[in-house]
Design a protein around this ligand. Sequence first.
Ligand SMILES: NC(=O)c1ccc[n+]([C@@H]2O[C@H](COP(=O)([O-])OP(=O)(O)OC[C@H]3O[C@@H](n4cnc5c(N)ncnc54)[C@H](O)[C@@H]3O)[C@@H](O)[C@H]2O)c1
Length: 345
Amino acid sequence: MGVGWAGEQHAEAYAKLPGVELAGIAGLEEPVRTELAERLGVERHVATWEELFEDDSLDVVSVAVPTFLHAPITIAALERGLHVLCEKPIARTPDEAADMVAAAAKAGRVLDVAFNRRQRNDVQALRRFIENGRLGQPYCTKAWWLRRSGIPTMGSWFTGRETAGGGPLIDLGIHILDYALFLLGQPKVTTVSASTYDLLGTAGVGDDVSGKSGGGGGFDVEDLASAFMRLDDGGTLLLETSWATHRMSGMEYGITIYGTEGGAELRVDEQLDTGTLTLFTEVDGVPAVTEVEAEPGGGHDEVVAQFLDSVRAGSGGEGVAAAELARVVDACYRSAEARREVALS
Ligand SMILES: NC(=O)c1ccc[n+]([C@@H]2O[C@H](COP(=O)([O-])OP(=O)(O)OC[C@H]3O[C@@H](n4cnc5c(N)ncnc54)[C@H](O)[C@@H]3O)[C@@H](O)[C@H]2O)c1
């Protein structure tokens, strides 16, 4: 459900898979909803999620709607016996996320969360390099997702704390956290020291006019965040993310990892979806630089395919891991507010 950018990615991914019938689509916007349904050959399309759930024959549902609706819709779906693939971030707060995880456990259904950036071929290739020891022990990591002018529609649901839970930290930072911790082998974050800023957004600077839906018309979230994290493997992760900041034009995400035997840097152009992965190693004592060619790949197609694999297996999904990321993001917001380091228990 949801017929914005994310909902369209989900619907298209299901439509490509053999043995899957797209039984219904829900979304408030017309003619967007009808056009999507007609293009994918889906007969039933309705405005609200409540109407969608009137169909008793559903087995699974994708939740790709504003974040404040993730918990109520996901819990209602799980209570109806559906398996759920929810968009990131799992929820606005750790409490909402914990309720969703508990509802999935109680219902005995899969709760998965869409971390599509992790599915990129270059990210997967870098994970294999690290697993195979090419960087030795990674100890210092910087990860970022920076936009010069990319507030997802000033005044939409994205720019309200009540509807989104926060700004770029919870929107883009959650992707960065996910792929960084995945690449590093899932160490736990033990402490965070974060700062958030809202000077450009509150001045009306940095809109990307992308046509995001809903919202109360205001801007009461951050436009830039920086967080320093200590990890339980002894390493550190520095995370930086912006919707609006005076830097070079464009939108870019990536990661730099320094290890005892080598380093790596991945840079992805958000709009072109093209990435450059570079490894810094030594060959016979001589510094070597290797550029790795990898098609973008993965994305929501892979997320949806893996979700359905979990459903068929009767277990799996990223719900529990996503709830842990929600705790880390929440600790960052608390650290920024208190202007001090916060420990995660
Ligand atoms: N994984 C990614 O790369 C990625 C990218 C963008 C957005 N997202 C996530 O996807 C979700 C949606 O974001 P978006 O950019 O598509 O937003 P959007 O504003 O473009 O679309 C939101 C959709 O939700 C629908 N909606 C709102 N209330 C509804 C209701 N009561 N019943 C049914 N549908 C309802 C709207 O009609 C709209 O179609 C968010 O959680 C966002 O964080 C993920």
